[in-house]
Design a protein around this ligand. Sequence first.
Ligand code: T3D
Length: 261
Amino acid sequence: MSSILVSLDGGILSITLNRPDKLNAFNPEMHQLLKAAFERARDEPAVRAVLLTGAGRAFCAGQDLSERNVAPGAAPIDLAVTIGSYYNPLVRRMRALPKPIVCAVNGVAAGAGANIALACDLVLAARSASFLQAFSRIGLLPDSGGTYFLPRLAGTARAMGLALLADKLSAEDAERWGLIWKALDDAQLMQEALSVAGTLAEGPTKAYGLIKKALYASAGNSLDAQLDLERDLQREAGYSEDYREGVSAFMQKRKPVFKGK
Ligand code: T3D
């Protein structure tokens, strides 16, 4: 059984983490397959949006801890190796993908699983789902961008509480705190996530890529630098076929047909 499932339909590349017995915990195979899937999303023009979710009752429980259970007296594992070779490149790849990533958090998202969800561009979660910065429970600190995303999304006080106490945060609180876009009834999650991803897959893909670039650059920029960036990216957007189509459709009072070009 493959540890991720990938399918392309209607411009949406659906990626399902698929180790349900382990609550979709990450192992090297899953990382390698995820890398290939996100490279496909980047390179294939037919892919206009990505939908990421988990199989079974969880979204993802982070690193597979059965691979970290060292025998007494054995040398410790250098965690910087997997973080440097798998988790950090994954987060960078997702943020740099010039196409939108919708995350459907179908159940608990723990450890790196929580932060990989937060690295997505639009996060929807089932009401029964939860977000858990499980790291301090096992003597670690949040990784996979957690110490970057949490204070920026929720503020330092809430980020600190989540990281130190490692309590589960419900999907509804995650929405209230601004960590995610929306909490939805469980039965509606996948339908709504597919609908949102479908809308994005029919949208102006280039503009979406530029929106990601601008918003993700904003946290590290001065207003001056951000204004300059907006000018430069808007120039690029203005040269796109989709912009031409958008204006023409507006003037003709019809729905635009965007091609992602
Ligand atoms: O190591 C590096 O490379 C550095 C990078 C680290 C990144 C990280 O993600 S570190 C954090 C790792 N993750 C965790 O600490 C979370 C561990 N899991 C849990 O805390 C709980 O399982 C949950 C809160 C997520 C869910 O709890 P619950 O009660 O709903 O389920 P459960 O009974 O704990 O788990 C169900 C099964 O999944 C169980 O297996 P079993 O007993 O049925 O055979 C459990 O062992 C397994 N499982 C859950 N999480 C993991 C896991 N197996 C391996 N690794 C896991 N992370």
